[in-house]
Design a protein around this ligand. Sequence first.
Ligand code: GLC
Ligand code: CA
Length: 542
Amino acid sequence: MAETKTQPWWKNAVVYQIYPRSFQDSNGDGIGDIPGIIRRLPYLEELGIDAVWLSPVCRSPQDDNGYDISDYQDIDPMFGTLEDMEQLIAEAKKHHIRIIMDLVLNHTSDEHRWFLEAKKGKDNPYHDYYVWRDGEEGTYPNDMKATFGGPAWEWVPELGQYYFHQFSVKQPDLNWENPKVRREIYDMILWWMEKGVGGFRLDVIDQIAKEPDRGITNNGPRLHEFIQEMSRETFQKGDLITVGEAWGANTENAKLYSAPDGSEFSMVFQFEHMVMDQKEEKWDLAPLPFVKLKKDLAKWQTELYGVGWNSLFLNNHDLPRIVSRWGDDGKYRKESAKMLATMLHGMQGTPYIYQGEELGMTNVRFPDITDYRDIESLNMYKERMDAGYKEEDVMESIYAKGRDNARTPMQWDASKNAGFTEGTPWIGVNPNYTEINAESEKKDPDSVFHYYQKLIRLRKEYPVFLDGKFELLLPEDGQIFAYTRTDEDAALLVCVNFTGEDASWSMPEEFRGARTLIHNYPGEGPEGTLRPYEVFMLYKKK
Ligand code: GLC
Ligand code: CA
């Protein structure tokens, strides 16, 4: 990778997210694992990515697929051993890939040693590692709700106390007010740094400084104090990429998370653009307000320029597949997958590709609720059925927004179970794997895979992707998303038809005759009408 002198390496990097249980099984138990990932490193190198963000592989009862950790310093046997992990770090390095660990620090599993101790008595040294309130059975300390449904408080009769959990009852919240908790966490992070990991992704980090008595979940008053302390005590001692997941981020606090002085993280992973096509709750669907989306993305580009750093993403393990969500997963699957990728990869920030996105993998529609695995979907199903919703409406919500859309096995080839496992996969494979899979895409020069490969290469070739100033064109246009990136030497034009209909377009004078860097239809970038989901990038030296 072209390392620029004045910029940290991760500004020029592309990150690939792996959801380990769905990536590659190596031993036929139907669950992806670390040896499976090692086997696929050549594929990742061929794609051209620089780092892999691994969703959690630490020891866990898997109530929330590993986001409920019971030992931060061990690997879950389902995924392999600590030696496998060390081998992954070493092997990845040979392929010029760094490994980013997922740090889940807002909560642990209720089976973590600290919590088992904490439950033993109010005077146990670990008691204050968690958030407790005295009370009476049946009368909750307040009416706060957990993200995965039900109250945020769970009664422990032995203690006559409730503990606080923002997620499932098996994910008790850690008490960050306690300096001992913070010290334990920092020591654990330093231990992983010694093992040679390349960085960390910080799970729901904006929720660590909760103050339940005041109803505060994210953006608590001490949040940035805690993050700055953690960064000083750990990350700043290495050359890492760190990314904070923050659903509650806005452009103001993002400047703190991603301050160029490195006092917190390298970058923020924020969701403003990902929550527009819903009502209050994600399950209640609303049409995408396209003009608002453009303005929002533009706002982040402009306001963070020179003073912060953003992640660029449209997918992860919590979100539905973008080609099904904002593109067309039928007739124009390839065109629209490429369109969405280009729209994103032309912007400033560090792009994240979620496994299978580079193949244009789609959402899935399993016939029955028993085919689903995600705790969030299962709890919502139960709640809404109890509340009298129609089953078909509940299933429609899951089809559109359920997290299992992103969690079906990676589609490697057209063989049984898409080449993911020789056993029975833990969740069904998307039946379209015979058509959409890595093997066939690698053979097809016009595939979504080769298109992503090219986008990644372009970013590294042209410095304007790194530091060009962003300008939104045609802000009110209801079909076209067009923008320029400009630095001292060159200008880039990214032009996207976001719809399945023709769109009228006229080429800006200064880009007439410019070089086409990439285009999802044959030939040069067009001067006139844009075809369905047509997209191109033009480059001009000054
Ligand atoms: C984050 C993770 C999600 C998990 C939650 C609780 O949002 O991405 O998968 O369920 O935190 O840890
Ligand atoms: Ca396995």
